[in-house]
Write a protein that binds this ligand. Structure first.
Ligand code: SAM
Length: 426
């Protein structure tokens, strides 16, 4: 069984147009396979968004207060525009640091050194570990040794690195899920805590990872016309941007569809805590702080002020449901929606303070459904911005199938999602 998995794992290396990529059978996590191979993953901006971002070329830097994997920075880099991104989820923030065009040379040098030093990579006699936590003692020791090796490599680079641990964490995180004890989640973006970690062949996978990452970074280097991109680890609801006033924004909110960003990257954020404890750094992160995270039990109860949000929730309660669905709505879905819309209002309220009088922005939004009715996120976003004194219009709308849908077999309305690009200005 383990040999079979190992054979599968070593086939996880592929090549696309001469570029090293990670094959479908890689044991690295799907989310990082997509990010490394294509530069984007679930809910990130697409190349189609480029022409809208280009409209903001004279309003640089463009702000994204919920910047995810850095889709805006990528588009801006290619267009030659500066950007500023805020992101609350540490694992996504570290991915942005890893893909940052001003850091590619440093990362490429670290990768080259690591590949040359393969004989120094930590070894383990175990072929697999089974545990009910992500990083039990055995894999934790391995990950710590790998972290130390990368950190030593980074510290010895000729260019001075302000925070070697940050560079180390960004290089290690995309691979760390390969060394976690996990089992598959119900959708490919998720993975559950506890399960098997196949250690056999991990070094070959680390080598494939470094090769594919090198190709990814070389592409960024080749395509980036601008390397000035600010990345801030912070909460959009409370971040303090001082006396700065942005003249443009291009952003996309998390969606209320239970694919929350705190669970998607749980192994990586757990690893940050684990290695942070033993290496003297602490990355602030509270899972509940991620807007759209599905924590309801014990969470503070809040109500949004948006009348469109409240109308949607009232309508959702009139849908014919069985007793079980009524109960679920009462104890879970309604508190969830109330917290989601309330948090979104708070975030936009805080960000609006930092927007210039001549501001223009765009918000990309996909509307989902709940019990057969559309969750009108795009109308609610417009309602919130209007209440903050801005003008809004639907700049572009496109119907697509299964975009952001949790269930790939969903049919009818549940499978159809409309993507809106909302324009906001004063
Ligand atoms: C739809 S995603 C953005 C994806 C991004 N446009 C891209 O291209 O990668 C929304 C992001 O909002 C982030 N987010 C959630 N709560 C936040 C908060 N309180 N402050 C800042 N960002 C937050 C999520 O972690 C997620 O990365």
């Amino acid at each position: 069984m383990i040999e079979e998995l190992h054979a599968k794992a070593t086939k996880g290396r592929a090549a696309t147009n001469g570029r090293a990529t990670l094959g479908r059978t890689t044991l690295l996590r799907d989310v990082y396979r997509s990010l490394i191979n294509s530069g984007r993953t679930y809910a990130a901006f697409r190349d189609e968004d480029r022409s809208t971002v280009a409209r903001l070329i004279d309003r640089s830097p463009v702000l994204d207060p919920m910047s995810g994997y850095g889709g805006l920075a990528r588009l801006c880099a290619e267009l030659g525009i500066q950007s500023s991104g805020i992101e609350y989820n540490p694992a996504q923030y570290f991915w942005q640091l890893l893909s940052h065009p001003a850091r590619t040379d440093m990362h490429l040098r670290a990768i080259a050194t690591l590949l040359r030093q393969r004989r120094n990579w930590p070894r383990t006699r175990q072929r697999a570990v089974v545990a009910d936590e992500f990083f039990p003692h055995d894999t934790r020791a391995l990950v710590e040794r790998l972290f130390n090796l990368i950190q030593t490599t980074v510290a010895e680079l000729p260019s001075s690195v302000a925070k070697p641990w940050e560079v180390t964490a960004s290089l290690l995180l995309p691979f760390s899920g390969r060394l976690a004890c996990t089992s598959p989640g119900d959708v490919s973006t998720h993975t559950k805590e506890g399960g098997t970690c196949v250690l056999l062949g991990w070094q070959d996978d680390f080598s494939s990872y470094l090769d594919a990452l090198r190709s990814h970074l070389e592409l960024i280097k080749e395509r980036s016309k601008c390397i000035n991109h600010e990345v801030i680890l912070g909460d959009a609801r409370s971040v303090d941007l001082g006396n700065r006033r942005f003249r443009s924004m291009f952003t996309s909110p998390p969606y209320p569809n239970h694919r929350d960003f705190s669970s998607i990257l749980l192994p990586e954020n757990t690893l940050l805590k684990v290695i942070g404890c033993s290496n003297g750094f602490d990355v602030p992160f509270v899972r509940e702080g991620i807007i759209g995270s599905n924590f309801v039990k014990g969470a503070e109860r809040h109500c949004p002020t948006s009348s469109v949000a409240n109308r949607f929730m009232a309508e959702a309660l009139t849908v014919r449901r069985n007793k079980r669905a009524e109960y679920d709505d009462e104890v879970y879905y309604m508190p969830y929606f109330r917290n989601y819309f309330y948090s979104l209002e708070n975030a936009y309220h805080n960000i609006a303070k930092y927007l210039h009088a001549s501001f223009e922005g765009y918000v990309v939004i996909v509307n989902n459904t709940h019990r057969g009715i559309v969750i009108p996120v795009s109308e609610i976003v417009q309602d919130i911005w209007q209440s903050l004194g801005f003008r809004t219009e639907v700049f572009h709308a496109m119907e697509s199938s299964h975009m952001g849908a949790k269930n790939p077999r969903a049919k009818g309305l549940r499978a159809r999602h409309t993507e809106y690009v909302v324009r906001i200005w004063r």
